[in-house]
Design a protein around this ligand. Structure first.
Ligand SMILES: O=C(O)C1=C[C@@H](OP(=O)(O)O)[C@@H](O)[C@H](O)C1
Ligand SMILES: C=C(OP(=O)(O)O)C(=O)O
Length: 438
């Protein structure tokens, strides 16, 4: 097959001629938008998502829910309230086909929803989706009463033969490969006849803030959830069966997608303001305030938003990123430009993300002259003088934004397939050049 020309196109990453000074309006959170869509689709009354993220991952989620019968109307609200989606729940049905693309949230969150549909729901996606683990969700759903045909490896493609309802109950899973396995079962749990109790039995559990996000959003929809933090047993989450309320929810900006812009302030010794940064959030990107401060910046939450200022110095860091793994590519990019070495730990599961991110970051930074080594659970980065060259992105949006950060400081970096940022931030190239021209 001929390569897709968009995938081999090269984008000259802009080099910063001085300190950036810009306000960047970051689009809505992928993780919040896709949870909100699922919860609204399962609710007993219509709901609203305001300022939803419109990107490949969220449009695939909306398209899949529509295929199972859910109504999703799009519109623009009055003055300044931005776009909205009105979600009208329906009795879910097959036959339906779900294209998951390479969206972990779609491939993990929707099979439990499909068990509630009446009829077969077929799941498939990008070649990489065939490699990303799904076995824990498939095995759990089978244990809870579902009928699923897969290829025997516990991966896509597969068909969920929805029976219109699922027994539910207690299930043990190993979620060490992805927190999304837990979130997936909890999100549909209130609609299972007996609810669900998920008992994680694996050696580690990444991305805990994302599980808290799931729990918070379930509670906001009126669902009772017992968690390890709220009097439950360690590593056990219990969701009581019951109706979900329709909500009117304004989606927060995606703080993980704010990362490259904050990094730009750090790398150029400039200043970037991100409006609407939430004062309280479960988004892992909020940890950037602390991590990028340790790496040399400073920040303040003001009425204008988060004001992040670089000092002109960039320091290395030794940090456990297991809670916030999706921040790793952007932190690695900054670390490669720092004045001292860094060790990024706790992120072995990144080998199962959009691409093997540990291998990809090591190879691409080293090809620009860097000195990165993979460890069992992360990266060791010793800064060196970098030079220009092609930064390959492996259809990973966060590789593309990480390459752009390096390009600010290193002349002649070309990003392959910058369009891959459409997974979560289609407007990235325009926002990036806009930031530099401000
Ligand atoms: O639930 C979510 O919205 C996510 C959970 C995390 O997945 P893993 O636990 O697989 O890292 C994160 O990396 C991903 O970007 C989004
Ligand atoms: C890991 C990520 O995505 P996904 O939701 O596809 O797992 C990510 O966005 O960094």
């Amino acid at each position: 097959m001929a390569p897709n020309p968009a995938h081999t196109a090269l984008w000259p990453a802009p080099h910063a001629s001085g300190a950036v000074d810009a306000t960047v309006h970051v689009p809505g959170s992928k993780s919040v938008t896709n949870r909100a869509l699922v919860l609204a689709a399962l609710a007993s009354e219509p709901g609203w998502l305001r300022r939803p993220l419109r990107s490949r991952d969220t449009l695939l989620m909306a398209q899949a829910l529509r295929a199972m019968g859910v109504g999703i109307e799009e519109g623009v609200g009055p003055d300044g309230t931005g776009e909205f989606w009105r979600v009208i729940p329906a009795v879910l049905h097959g036959p339906a086909t779900v294209d998951v693309g390479n969206a972990g949230t779609v491939m993990r969150f929707l099979p439990p929803v499909a068990t509630l549909a009446d009829g077969p729901v077929h799941f498939d996606g990008d070649p990489r989706s065939h490699e990303r683990p799904l076995h824990a969700v498939i095995d759990a759903l089978r244990a809870l009463g579902a009928r699923i045909d897969d290829d025997g490896r516990g991966r896509l493609p597969m068909t969920v033969h929805g029976g219109g309802a699922l027994d539910g109950g207690t299930v043990e899973i190993d979620a060490s490969a992805s927190s999304q396995f837990v979130s997936a079962l909890l999100l549909s749990g209130p609609r299972f006849n007996q609810g669900v109790e998920v008992r994680h039995v694996g050696p580690s559990l990444p991305s805990l803030p994302h599980i808290r996000m799931t729990v918070d959003m379930l509670r906001a929809a009126g669902v009772q959830v017992v968690t390890p933090e709220s009097g439950g047993e360690p590593h056990v989450w219990r969701v009581t069966p019951g109706a979900l309320l329709g909500r009117d929810l304004t989606i927060e900006p995606d703080l993980s997608n704010a990362q490259p812009f904050l990094a730009a302030a750090l790398v150029t010794g400039g200043r970037v303001v991100i409006p609407d940064w939430p004062a309280h959030t479960t988004q892992p990107g909020d940890r950037l305030r602390e991590i990028f401060t340790e790496m040399g910046g400073s920040c303040e939450l003001t009425e204008q938003g988060l004001v992040f200022t670089g000092s002109g110095e960039i320091h290395g860091i030794d940090v456990d990123l297991s809670d916030v793994g999706e921040l790793t590519p952007g932190i690695a990019a900054v670390a490669a430009l720092a004045d001292s070495p860094s060790t990024l730990r706790g992120v072995a599961h990144l080998r199962l993300h959009e691409t093997d991110r540990l291998a990809a970051l090591t190879k691409e930074i080293n090809e620009l002259g860097g000195d990165v080594t993979e460890t069992a659970d992360g990266l060791r980065i010793r800064p060196r003088r970098l030079h220009g060259g092609i930064f390959h992105t492996y259809e990973d949006h966060r590789m593309a934004t990480a390459g752009a950060v390096i390009g600010l400081a290193v002349e002649g970096v070309q990003i392959e397939n910058v369009a891959t940022t459409a997974k979560t931030m289609p407007e990235f190239p325009e926002l990036w050049t806009g930031m530099l021209e401000a």
